[in-house]
Ligand binder design. Structure first.
Ligand code: NAD
Length: 354
């Protein structure tokens, strides 16, 4: 692992320092950033003995844990965490450090954004998916019974520390998960990502390119009024799969399947050439994707109703017209798609992949 660099960037309205490198938590720069603060670390409980307890001891910080897994991303867990923070006597000067994957980042980010109307926040993502996506862009989220991420805030952390040395302990299946979001970035924004992933899906340069892509998009549209919507490519179908499978399918994997299906939809609507679609399909077919079991199609179609991009009950989907380019539709970056087309795409997915 040989990425040795730090990037400082301004995301949204607050300046967020973004550090990306190898073994950063041992570096003098980071020690300084963290040691000078009154901190509480909130970590995924699965990381307590792996990283969190050691980091807390090093920083002299208090440590709280939250449960692992998507089902932890709900209001009950958030209110319990708020109670714990208040009981511990946090004040506006207490920095909350979120340590974990996307679930922990979303949940703890949400809590930090509302507790005492906002506590300073530092994100330390530990999964590939959280490094390239969840930690960058200031979105926090909580799931509801109606669907994923339906509650949340936009809240910029003071710093994001992307330390690729955490990836050493990442289970194989979690790599696939992160790759789902990385490849999506390749399809919508940076075609060089697909070429790199084809050669070596664990190339460290993929982390850098995906993070740079996300920053470039978010900086242009921090509040998701237009361009930022392209990050939702693959997510209309992806979120529906996650919801209907009751999170049996992990987010990144659902996004990978969703990206392939929405590439198919882009082709069927006449925007993406058959040649480029075939190229995409060839790459995705080589990935060890865990394909969904047969989910009743009506349930998936019903789940589309809760997609956050919908307007007046119409399901809107991000589309691509070539590899590395998401389409703009009068500043909207997504297009209303008929039930027939959505159904046809799900039929294709079932026929080819189930
Ligand atoms: P996750 O947080 O559940 O982590 C996956 C698993 O990896 C967990 O079991 C965790 O305990 C384990 N783990 C974490 N770091 C590890 C490490 N270094 N070594 C070993 N095991 C480790 O899942 P995820 O895939 O990281 O994140 C998915 C979530 O991210 C979803 O809820 C999704 O909605 C959210 N997300 C948010 C945004 C955003 O912009 N806020 C963007 C993309 C995804």
């Amino acid at each position: 692992m040989d990425i040795k660099r730090s990037i400082r960037h301004k995301l949204g309205t607050v300046a967020t320092e973004l550090y990306l490198g190898d073994d950063l938590l041992g570096s003098a720069l980071l020690q300084k950033l963290l040691l000078e603060r009154k901190c509480v670390i909130v970590a995924d409980v699965a990381l307590k003995n792996l990283y969190a307890a050691e980091l807390a001891a090093k920083l002299g910080a208090k440590l709280l844990t939250v449960p692992s897994g998507e089902l932890a991303k709900r209001l009950e867990t958030a209110t319990h965490l708020i109670d714990q923070l208040l009981q511990m006597g946090v004040d506006k000067e207490t920095t909350v450090i979120a340590l974990g994957g996307g679930v922990t980042i979303d949940l703890v980010g949400f809590v930090a954004s509302i507790c005492l109307r906002g506590l300073p926040l530092i994100l330390i993502p530990t999964t590939l998916l959280a490094m390239v996506d969840a930690a960058v862009g200031g979105k926090t989220a909580i799931d509801t019974a109606f669907g994923k991420n339906l509650i949340g805030t936009l809240y910029d952390p003071e710093a994001i520390v992307i330390d690729v040395s955490f990836l050493k302990t990442l289970p194989e299946k979690e790599w696939m998960n992160g790759l789902g979001e990385i490849l999506k970035m390749g399809l919508i924004y940076d075609p060089s990502i697909l070429a790199l992933a084809e050669k070596n899906p664990k190339d460290q340069a993929l982390v850098v390119r995906a993070v740079e892509g996300k920053i470039a998009i978010v900086e242009q549209d921090p509040k998701e009024r237009g361009l930022r919507r392209i990050l939702n490519f693959g997510h209309t179908i992806g979120h529906a799969l996650e919801t209907v499978s009751q999170y049996e399918i992990a987010h990144g994997e659902a996004v990978a399947i969703g990206s392939l299906a929405e590439s198919y939809l882009s082709m069927r609507l006449g925007y993406l050439s058959k040649e480029e679609f075939d190229q995409i399909e060839k790459l995705y077919k080589r990935l060890p994707l865990q394909l969904p079991r047969l989910y009743a199609q009506e349930k998936l179609l019903d789940a589309f109703r809760y997609d956050k991009k919908n307007i007046n009950g119409q399901v809107r989907v991000v589309l691509i017209d070539r590899i590395g380019h998401a389409m703009e539709f009068d500043g909207n970056y997504c297009l209303a798609v008929s039930q027939e087309r959505l159904k046809e795409t799900l039929d294709w997915l079932e026929k080819v992949y189930l």
